[in-house]
Design a protein around this ligand. Structure first.
Ligand SMILES: C[S@@+](CC[C@H](N)C(=O)[O-])C[C@H]1O[C@@H](n2cnc3c(N)ncnc32)[C@H](O)[C@@H]1O
Length: 336
């Protein structure tokens, strides 16, 4: 067993591993490796990278279990490193690049200030003076990468999410702030007679258009530009909000839910999908996502089903059923 200080040394090397994973994606190394063993010098010249640095980076990546060297000095992606390829069927390349981006580190540099002064302003706002969403609007390439990252993470649980909930066979399903429509597309495929409405900001919907077209769903899913804090005018049977409440403070969540409630016909349901965080329950994934919400979003946090039901009650909704799929909780609220 490693002595405590050795284990701790390894743990605090997390930042280095984040950077290694990110640079394997952004430099093109992960994609150039593909599924083969390659000579590091050949790789470096192919990608116009400095050879000596490439070898040191790959050596540290091997020490971090992201790549492996064979007996002839060739390198290949390891099982853990393989999803850094953009063409991997379960790729999280954009997520790795997003987490390793300088903007993210600048937000995390504010953690101690938040610890002393409180969650709000978020680490991101302290560093940049704006919200993450405004930042993405001003840096469209980073915004597009974040969109791809959301799509990658959604893809991991999408089958479980579409199976776990009794989506109506006919009728309308609205995905509120649904990104480019990854979840809605999967629901539409499971419910071929249902129709979809995708609400998000105009920039995001522009990207959604080509995605939905590629899925053959451009006609069945209507794109509606909308603001979570504006007037929502959408008649639907189910209003999905995945990874929305966790982006916002309790006060903002009440506001968002009340605006959705205001447009819901009687009997319609709202379904929030976030990770399940009980206050006294450290989870290796959810508690780290919760920390990320602290840094990235104004008042963002993961919650328990009871906490979400409380917000729904405050917004005039009746608490409904709670289901689980993978790491996610699906919390229902019903309009009377
Ligand atoms: C964490 S992402 C989740 C996206 C999608 N639901 C998913 O699960 O992949 C949050 C989404 O909220 C959208 N968003 C943020 N602020 C918004 C606002 N004020 N009005 C509408 N959409 C907003 C973003 O564009 C983004 O697509």
């Amino acid at each position: 067993m490693l002595p405590a200080e050795g284990a701790l040394w390894d743990l605090v090397a997390g930042m280095q591993r984040t950077m290694l994973a990110g640079v394997l994606v952004t430099s093109g190394l992960a994609d150039a490796l593909g599924e083969r063993a390659r000579d590091p010098g050949v790789l470096a010249s192919e990608l116009e990278l400095e050879t000596g640095v490439t070898i040191r980076v790959l050596r540290a990546a091997a020490a971090s279990r992201l790549v492996r060297f064979d007996g002839e000095g060739r390198v290949r992606l390891s099982r853990i490193g393989a999803p850094l390829r953009t063409d991997h069927p379960r790729s999280i390349a954009s997520w790795a690049a997003y987490v390793a981006a300088p903007a993210n580190f600048r937000g995390y540099a504010e953690l101690e200030a938040q610890l002393r002064e409180g969650a709000e302003p978020s680490g991101h706002r302290r560093a940049f003076g704006n919200s993450t969403w405004e930042y993405f609007g001003e840096h469209p390439e980073e915004g597009a990468r974040f969109g791809r990252a959301m799509r990658e993470l959604t893809a991991i649980d999408v089958a479980a999410l579409t199976r776990r909930y009794p989506w109506p066979h006919r009728g309308v399903i609205c995905d509120v702030a649904g990104g480019i429509g990854t979840l809605l597309a999967a629901i539409m495929k499971r419910r071929p007679s249902a129709r979809g409405i995708l609400v998000d900001s105009p920039d995001v919907l522009a990207e959604a258009e080509s995605f939905l077209r590629s899925q053959g769903l451009a006609e069945r899913v209507e794109r509606r530009p909308g603001d979570l804090f504006g007037e929502l005018d959408v008649r639907a049977d189910v209003y999905v909000m995945k990874w929305i409440l966790h982006d916002w403070s309790d006060a903002a969540c009440r506001d968002i839910l009340a605006r959705v409630r205001a447009t819901m016909p009687a009997g319609a349901r709202v379904l929030t999908i976030d990770q399940h965080q009980e206050p006294d329950w450290p989870s290796p994934v959810t508690s780290m996502v919760d920390l990320h919400m602290l840094i990235d979003c104004e008042g963002g946090r993961e919650r328990s089903p009871g906490e979400v039901h409380e917000l729904m009650r405050d917004a005039g909704l009746h608490p409904g059923r709670v289901r689980h799929a993978g790491l996610h909780m699906l919390v229902e609220g019903v309009a009377s």
